[in-house]
Design a protein around this ligand. Structure first.
Ligand SMILES: *[C@@H]1O[C@H](CO)[C@@H](O)[C@H](O)[C@H]1NC(C)=O
Length: 353
């Protein structure tokens, strides 16, 4: 560490004029040099990113690297916060001081310190939810010393573009948040969209991301999607008005605990019949996010178009073949048909409890 040279200019404020009169030649300002070793408390994270999944447990690493000459103090405060998805604010997660510990909001009862040693400030989060995704800050305050380190919690999962029955470009930011939640998902982050784009995602409709920007991923540049002679990339409309801007949305979901399945039923069903058929089977009509999770994370494959909770009709193909989805593994989309049409099956979801 580079020793910092602290240079403080001391001026004698109030007494100055009086002294001026008495001792006109006195030097009133002095320069004081203070040498410091810099902040002695340094925090390190073994990994800057940890990966888990919904329902799992995770340890966010944070360790004090301390000057050997310094004795550990008793009055140490450990604080974990989470950065909001636009990185503008922090929300409290966990605070510990002496024997007092407090966890906040949705983290209540799900977080504790790992405490494997006197310098370990790592945070354990259990029963991870989709909302836990994001960046966390570990901060330790010990007397006048203060250190911080940021750790990202990433989730294994799948991103999918979404628009509701209302049609394309109908969601403001808050509608978009609700729409994803209704499909057992959250609004995706830019990093998640970027990973999906690197994995080949190409989607020519702009959608909200969790940081309040509107973007879309293009791997095969073409005229209606930002220009034919452009490079592949993520097209960015920038930050949009959260109330007035109307777009689609990119949702993200992770593993679920429960069973997603196509209901074996003797006849095709209307939407209302589909809802009831799942209930009769002790389940619920499945949500779009549940189909994407089963398809992407569990390799679910079924060549039967079926109703989903939002009134859309889709089917998941992980082994492309003729007449199902010949060219690519995908969740095929038949749109939002008339709910009275008796033309489709149904996908159900049975929770674990
Ligand atoms: C997570 O931790 C809790 C409590 O320590 C434990 O009961 C549970 O089985 C763990 N879950 C997983 C998925 O490892």
């Amino acid at each position: 560490m580079i020793p910092a040279l602290l240079c403080a200019l001391l001026s004698v404020g109030v007494a100055e004029n009086a002294l001026d009169v008495l001792y006109p030649d006195l030097e009133f300002s002095r320069t004081i040099y203070v040498t410091e070793d810099g902040p002695r408390l340094t925090l390190v994270a073994e990994q800057s990113k940890v990966v888990s999944r919904r329902g799992g447990n995770v340890t966010l690493p944070c360790k004090i690297q301390r000057d050997q000459s310094l004795a550990p103090s008793r009055k140490m405060r450990i604080k974990w916060t989470k950065l909001t998805s636009d990185y503008l604010k922090e929300v409290d997660v966990f605070v510990a001081m002496d024997y007092n510990k407090k966890s906040f909001g949705s983290f209540h009862g799900r977080v504790h310190l790992q405490s494997s040693s006197a310098v370990d400030c790592s945070l354990v989060i259990t029963d991870i939810t989709l909302e836990d995704y994001g960046k966390y800050k570990c901060e330790v305050i010990d007397g006048l010393e203060d250190g911080t380190v940021v750790v990202s919690l990433d989730l294994e999962g799948v991103i999918f573009p979404y628009f509701p029955r209302l049609g394309r470009y109908n969601l403001n930011f808050y509608d978009a948040e609700r729409a994803c939640r209704d499909q057992d998902a959250i609004v995706a982050s830019f990093d998640q969209l970027y990973d999906a784009w690197r994995g080949g995602m190409d989607w020519c409709n702009a959608g909200w991301l969790s940081d309040g920007t509107v973007q879309y991923p293009i791997t095969a540049p073409r005229e209606p999607c930002g220009g034919k002679d452009t490079t592949p990339g993520i097209r960015n409309y920038g930050v949009r008005d959260k109330d007035k801007g109307r777009y689609d949305v990119f949702c993200f979901t992770s593993y679920h605990t429960g069973r997603f399945y196509y209901l074996i039923h003797p006849s095709k069903l209307t939407y209302d019949e589909a809802v009831r058929a799942c209930q009769k089977d002790g389940a619920q009509i499945a949500k779009v996010g549940q189909m994407f999770a089963a398809w992407k994370l569990l390799g679910y494959d079924r060549c039967d178009a079926g109703w989903l909770a939002d009134g859309s009709v889709r089917y998941p193909i992980s082994r492309p073949r003729r007449r199902c989805s010949p060219t690519e593994a995908a969740v095929r989309f038949n749109g939002f048909p008339d709910k009275k049409h008796k033309l489709y099956g149904v996908y159900c979801f049975k929770g674990d409890n």
